[in-house]
Write a protein of this length. Sequence first.
Lengths: 201, 225
Amino acid sequence: MRLTAADLSIERGGRLIFSHLSFCLDGGEALAVIGANGAGKSSLLRALAGLLRPMAGQISLSPKMNLTLAEAVHYVGHADALKNVLTLAENLVFWSSMLATGAGKTEIGETLQYFGLKGVADLPAAYLSAGQRRRAALARLLVSPRPIWLLDEPLTALDLASQDLLRNAMREHLKGGGLIVAATHAALGLPAHELNMGAKA
Amino acid sequence: MSAASPLAALFAREWRIGRRAGGTGSMGVVFFLILVSIIPFAIGPDLVLLARIGPALLWIAALLATLLGLDRLFQGDDDDGSLDLLLMSETPLESIVLVKCVVHWLLTGVPLVIATPVFAVMLGLAPQAILGVTISLLAGTPALTFIGAIGAALTVGFGRGGLLLAILILPLCVPVLIFGVSAAQAAAGGTVPFMTPFAILVALSLAAFAAAPFAVALALRQARL
């Protein structure tokens, strides 16, 4: 699988965020998007997720699949999409059936175990700490398999042990032929291409 | 915890969110009760007058109570990022919207309909009129929910969407109000046969049911892109 962005320009609120951005990513490769605050890292990820229409340029997947771009990617942004009144397990069960597109999903119990959330699975999400919420959002990646992961600052709020867990999960995903695009300030800790968005636009 | 179909999972999720603390379902009925019980204070304890305008009062109270919970229909999902993910699902957004609206109606519209006979007694309505207003609300509240959902989708992401929602939606609810109240009054007696306004009311609900999900999905997509 190959993800190609060609000559991408994005505008938000009448302001050009970036223009003429091109890259190409093959299965098994990761791309670390770096750059100052406001350089357009999150906008790029949202465009790749199909949540923001680029002003110009194209984003395409090859070979052709039955899925649209939005259905082929996982997006873990700043918001964690957890409902406070539902328990963590209920949240995950819902997203796993809502987002599943491919085969090879990890069982929910197993994923909770992996991210060390087993003990809090029956707590309403309102009672979780920032790091636990982050891990719960990342758990979506495993319970509903999708070939492309878009991660916006994935390491934020995670302790060192959890960062290692995420790195392992990312390595496994790449080994299975998946793609990762991560916007990050910290070093990702795995071999990745680098896309420097430069200074604040 | 087997893998349910996406829409069944969505139904269960919406149902749980609505039922648990912070849900707006019961608040709508309480608001309905308050509205209906303060009106006699304003109008005076004239039972004949209250019985005559009772169906209209109940309909206006139901309309306002329905609006009350609607601004949270998509706002909650927008705030926590769920809406982004719902847009990225393989399940069409139109059916997601349909399920959300149906659950919202079950949790807010149905309790209003169930509470109506009790409140109608408070206004001194005759049994025939109580039956009429209850049935007309049962047939008409789905239209209010679905039309209101369009406003909720258009105001998603606005800070104070609630008021704007009311301004956008109340004029669109006028046909529902007219035929709802006239069906209720026809049931209580009069020259118009009950079925004439009632059939139009049902048609309004069905049309809203069929068309609103597409309008809502369009509005939600436009708000994103």
